[in-house]
Write a new protein. Structure first.
Lengths: 538, 133
């Protein structure tokens, strides 16, 4: 059932077993998992079913560190930020969960093996219609032969693009699960219900009730056995901080840790791979391809755990973004075709026709390839275009830093709640990792005769602001980190807020460390794990 | 645009280095050995460098930058001896093996952002020193 708080009676009181706050990847995952069980579930969402300017404005915030795109980076309506999700799925690596001496504040209280069964289940939630083949099987299916790369340094890394988004043509989990949740007998979705306040028991060990408000002034009081905050990496911390401020402490912030360790996947271009001649076969190895069952697979390279440990580096991976060779007939033909589609002749028409004629062999090969290839024609990939340069694009783990944090601003939003203040900081560890990794890639590309690399200046010049080249990537993590010891984090291994008996957090804020893999797939796996825990509580 | 210009400027260097890294079997077919120490290596570079490496001036300019960042390697004799090895291997094959070893062992240098094998950088440095003589 889907209801709208704007249309409900004033002073509505709702009693439920589980109250999920936020209908993004985590909240929807838990809700669909609890659908058709004996538990009564309420899923409250601050926005509606579509984007609304006044609702989105509630995400405004204040930057005091490197800029965070508070409103562009998140979406406040049903489906949450999956509404602009890139759909890349990958698991965190086993090393990401370890306590690494060379990465201060690292170490999850759980291991990768604890999450593996949930990663398997997450595939179905993300819309994959059959279990993933192993990386080795997938690479074999694609005909990718990357073992030529020194395995002590580099390993193949695979992204699988979630069909839940592709099938719909848009990145929208809200639409994917709206029917299921709308028809569920035990799940109620309440739209335009913005968090307003928690009321706690006197000893602040339990949430007694929660108030929600709509922007048109309606409100409701919710009493639940368990509350789960699922509002994303920034908002999760904000709600706990607001809860602590409104209730004179508690809410996981006894040790001033809520909002600290604000991290992201650092993402940026680190260099250029160039070849005197056109690449031969490289785009069959590292590119975006059609994998098993028609799902999109993207192949890249990751830094081995061995090098990370030996050289004290963070986890990271790289993809190649191929640039079309402007001297090729294929690019000239593309330019002419695109111009014709807009009803005009291309500029330098004569030059381009001459290029096609002079490059007829390459033109014919590309055409034949596109007509015959099953694996390598995919949206976003190079489709084997003639190319002799590629941009190296990195995803780098950001090291946990307690000084990088979310706190409350003195500014207030339209509901009268304090906005967030972000002090996002990237450190030299991310720069060092990026530099060493890109140089290793350069050495391997040169050794294999693929091409030579030019590093971008920011890799080696610490006077260049890192966040200019690795800006906000809109993956907000770590602000309610998972630890066994309440002195080191905010939630325990079951995602329960330390010191509270019925308050949980789901989503990217519980990540103890970031890894280089994008977070959504792990958010879903952790949400499934939390759903199992909630079921066990009855 | 700067990036593209830089790319074009480096194309000659890339072609030269690609040629140097060409088939080792071809290199061994030269059958040339460094029979007279460093003079043999320099003689080989003078005789075959233009054809094999292409734009020696461009390589030399790179070598000058390398030497400005590694002034302790500016002695021509030492550099020649280091590159020539013990003379038991044909010149080109020795250089190719040295470069391949550098890549394998990640013994690289970065000059103006470009990543080079140490041996490559030293060849360029030697070409620069030879051009000044």
């Amino acid at each position: 059932m889907i209801q709208d708080l704007r249309e409900s009676s004033p002073g509505t009181a709702i009693s439920t077993d589980i109250c999920l706050i936020g209908a993004g990847a985590a909240g929807i995952t838990i809700a669909q998992e609890l659908a058709n069980t004996s538990l009564q579930v309420l899923l409250v969402e601050g926005g509606g079913l579509q984007y609304e300017i006044d609702s989105q404005a509630l995400y405004a915030g204040e930057n005091v560190g490197a800029p965070i795109l508070f409103q562009a980076g998140r979406l406040r309506f049903f489906g949450g930020s999956t509404n602009h999700w890139g759909s890349r799925c990958a698991r965190l690596d086993p090393i990401d969960f370890r306590r690494r001496e060379w990465v201060p504040h690292s170490g999850w209280p759980i291991e990768r093996a604890d999450l593996d069964p949930y990663y398997a289940r997450a595939q179905g939630v993300a819309g994959f219609t059959s279990p993933w083949l192993s990386d080795e099987q997938t690479l074999s299916y694609l005909g990718v032969d990357l073992p030529k790369v020194n395995p002590d340094w580099l390993n193949p890394f695979l992204w699988r693009w979630a069909p839940v988004a592709q099938d719909l043509g848009v990145r929208n989990w809200g639409r994917a699960y709206r029917k299921l949740l709308g028809e569920s007998q035990n799940v109620k979705v309440l739209l335009h219900a913005n968090f307003k306040a928690f009321a706690a028991e006197e000893d602040r060990s339990r949430v007694r009730s929660m108030t929600v408000s709509s922007l048109n002034g309606n409100s409701a009081t919710i009493s639940a056995k368990h509350y789960v905050i699922c509002c994303g990496g920034i908002e999760n911390a904000r709600l706990l901080l607001l809860g602590a401020a409104q209730n004179s402490g508690g809410f996981g912030n006894q040790n001033d840790l809520v909002g600290r360790y604000f991290i992201q996947n650092a993402h940026g271009e680190s260099g250029l791979l160039v070849s005197a001649e056109r690449f031969s076969g490289l785009q069959d190895q590292i590119d975006i391809m059609v994998g098993p069952d028609g799902h999109t697979v993207e192949v890249g390279l990751a830094l081995s755990a061995k090098v990370q440990e030996e050289q004290g580096l963070l986890n990271c991976s790289a993809m190649l973004q191929f640039q079309g060779d402007e001297e090729s007939g294929v690019i000239a033909a593309q330019d002419i075709w695109r111009s014709l589609l807009t009803g005009r002749w291309a500029d330098d028409m004569g030059v381009k026709v001459a290029r096609i004629a002079a490059d007829a062999g390459s033109f014919a090969r590309t055409l034949k390839y596109r007509l015959s290839s099953g694996h390598h024609i995919q949206m976003g990939g190079s489709a084997n275009l003639p190319s002799r340069s590629a941009i190296i694009v990195l995803n780098v783990e950001q090291a946990p830093d307690p000084q990088s944090r979310i706190s409350l601003s003195t500014e207030k939003d339209a509901l009268g709640l304090q906005q967030v203040k972000a002090d996002w900081r990237l450190g030299e560890a991310e720069r060092k990792t990026s530099a060493v990794f890109t140089k290793l890639l350069a050495a391997e590309f040169a050794r294999l005769g693929i091409g030579r690399c030019q590093l971008y200046p920011w890799l080696q010049d610490s006077s260049i602001a890192l966040t200019s080249y690795m800006p906000d990537y809109m993956h907000y993590l770590g602000t309610t980190r998972m630890t066994d010891d309440a002195r080191e984090g905010v939630v325990d291994r079951n995602c329960a807020v330390h010191g509270m008996k019925n308050l949980y957090v789901a989503g990217s804020s519980v990540f103890t460390t970031a890894g280089h893999a994008h977070p959504t797939f792990t958010i879903v796996a952790l949400a499934l794990r939390l759903a199992d825990h909630l079921k066990s509580l009855g | 645009m700067n990036q593209q210009a830089s790319l074009m400027a480096r194309r000659g260097v890339l072609r030269g280095l690609a040629a140097l890294l060409g088939a080792a079997s071809f290199a061994s077919s030269f059958g040339l050995r460094v029979r007279e120490g460093e003079a043999g290596l320099e003689d080989w570079l003078r005789r075959f460098g233009d054809d094999l490496l292409g734009d020696l001036a461009a390589l030399g300019r790179f070598g000058a930058i390398y030497l400005s960042e590694h002034p302790n390697e500016g002695d021509r004799g030492s550099l020649s001896r280091q590159l020539a090895g013990d003379g038991s291997t044909p010149v080109r094959l020795g250089l190719v093996e040295g470069i391949a070893r550098d890549w394998r062992e990640h013994d690289v240098v970065v000059v103006e952002g470009w990543v080079y094998a140490r041996t490559e950088a030293r060849i360029c440095a030697l070409l620069h020193l030879m051009s000044r003589a």
